[in-house]
Design a binder for this molecule. Structure first.
Ligand code: ADP
Ligand code: MG
Length: 481
């Protein structure tokens, strides 16, 4: 990307709401059932049936609106979006158009360049379509309507994003948020969270928007990033060669790492939107909003800010240990398990969670909630480091033993005789032995070589099998020399 062009991106994100039943019928939304076994009369558009709105879907939309600081419309309207496609049996999708359930709101993202607030245009409720099956039908297409009528929240951002990296940061933040507030399982392989990226470029300094292309259905962060990068290159080259970007819908092909034109972009008028006469306006009163508000968890930004002040954590540490409700719960339990009066205990817990624990979980492909070393157990280990029962180095062995199921830190320290040697007499004896055995290194030290000192410390530590208190060894060695 060259500096003469500015990239402009707005994302439309479809989050599948985690209700057990569909948005307008009682059929199950469970993933992976045999085709057409979860399609009620409403979902397959039998004549004479009427949709009935699922309260749980509305409640989830309210949760989202509150989480992003948007306005919950007191009365919003379902509209028919008309188009023909084999996987859309009614010939229209029920969506919201002029008055969506959530208006405005913001999402704050963190990029290497710092924090940035992305404005949301709206979030509206709608139903998903079915799925065409092109394999196994010998030249024909099968239709599976299990997904038809699955509740979606479409979240639309303003064109505030300026790079593929920012778009990914935004999508990741939104993904974490919808899971955090319990409205979407976030499973991207199963299509529960997918993005359409609207991409345009304009000359740097320009304030009008360029013509955009919309890349549909990106279901991984990697594809989102690569699709945008390709699309930006394509548009810049096109314009610099004297061509013009046409407004269209494109598809990303991960195998060839390129976007391809799918169809020219529909205008709103092509969809002939009108209010759905089968559904009354969706009325949400203040009492309902208040009830939902009372059930909201502490939100990611608030939790991170609290961790920074309550536990004196740096921003990056706080971000890591508050990245999910599970990590945050683990962190706070571990800190709570520390004895009172350990000054840097909260920082040590954050270090261990990002270090040994994260690495071990990653190796074993486990989530924090499945960790064989529980929060209280980690707190117990860190307490023994803080009170100098064991050195930080031996603590790693103790951690591995805890991971392997050998018991808690105290039991392992006792069983393996790892207790740190802090007894002055014992340390003096170790030092005397090392000094007597290494006259050459001692001579080097007296000749002014500071490195020789470290070599002697190393030998004392080795003689103690790593158990001598390093600070005491340093001090005693200095005074003896
Ligand atoms: P539609 O619903 O027809 O796709 P909208 O006007 O609602 O169109 O915009 C959809 C998305 O496209 C929004 O996220 C918006 O921010 C983004 N967008 C609109 N114009 C541009 C543009 N010129 N460049 C990049 N993104 C844009
Ligand atoms: Mg669109």
């Amino acid at each position: 990307m060259n500096a003469r062009w500015e990239v402009v991106i707005g994302l439309e994100t479809h989050a599948q709401l985690s209700t057990a039943a569909k948005i307008f019928s009682g059929a199950s939304t469970a993933f992976g059932a045999a085709p057409n076994t979860q399609a009620a009369a409403v979902d397959i558009a039998l004549p004479g049936v009427l949709p009935v709105l699922n309260r749980g879907a509305v409640e989830r939309a309210i949760r989202f609106g509150l989480a992003v600081g948007g306005t919950i419309a007191p009365s919003s309207v379902f509209a028919r979006k008309n188009y023909f496609y084999p996987d859309l049996p009614k010939g229209y999708q029920i969506s919201q158009y002029e008055i969506p359930v959530v208006q405005g709101g913001t999402v704050t993202i963190t990029t290497p360049a710092g924090e940035k607030t992305v404005r949301l245009t709206r979030a509206h409720l709608e139903e998903d379509a079915g799925k065409s099956l092109h394999e196994d039908f010998h030249g024909m297409t099968g239709i599976d309507l299990n997904r038809a009528g699955t509740p979606l929240l479409e979240i639309v951002s303003e064109p505030d994003l300026r790079s593929a990296e920012e778009a990914v940061a935004y999508a990741r933040t939104l993904h974490a948020l919808v899971r955090w507030i319990g409205i979407c399982d976030g499973n991207m392989q199963e299509g529960s969270f997918r993005c359409d990226a609207n991409v345009s470029v304009r000359p740097a300094g320009s304030t009008t928007l360029g013509t955009r292309a919309e890349i549909k259905n990106l279901n991984s962060f990697r594809f989102l990033e690569r699709a945008i990068q390709f699309e930006v290159r394509r548009q810049v080259e096109l314009i610099e060669d004297g061509g013009k970007v046409v407004q269209e819908t494109r598809l990303y092909d991960p195998d060839r790492d390129e976007t391809r034109s799918m169809r020219s972009k529909e205008d709103a008028q092509d969809y002939r939107y009108f209010p759905d006469p089968d559904l009354p306006p969706l009325v949400i009163d203040a009492a309902w909003i208040a009830r939902v508000k009372a059930s909201m968890p502490e939100l990611p930004a608030a939790k991170k800010a609290r961790f920074e002040s309550q536990y004196a954590l740096a921003s990056a540490d706080a971000a890591h240990v508050s990245a999910s409700p599970e990590l945050a719960a683990y962190y706070e339990s571990a800190v709570a398990a520390l004895p009172a009066g350990i000054a840097n205990g909260p920082k040590l817990v954050a270090n261990w969670m990002q270090g040994e624990l994260a690495a071990s979980l990653h190796r074993a492909d486990l989530d924090i909630a499945q960790s064989p070393v529980g929060a209280a157990a980690l707190g117990g280990l860190i307490a023994r480091i803080a009170d100098q029962t064991i050195s930080g180095k031996l603590a790693k062995d103790v951690f591995d033993a805890m991971w392997a199921g050998e018991g808690d830190a105290d039991a392992i320290i006792a069983a393996r005789g790892l207790r740190q040697i802090s007894d002055t007499g014992a340390i003096d004896a170790l030092i005397d032995g090392v000094l007597a055995a290494n006259p050459a290194i001692v001579a080097e030290f007296h000749a002014g070589k500071e490195k020789a000192f470290n070599a002697l410390v190393g030998k004392v530590m080795a003689a103690s099998k790593g158990k001598a208190n390093p600070a005491q060894v340093n001090a005693a060695l200095r005074s003896k020399l």
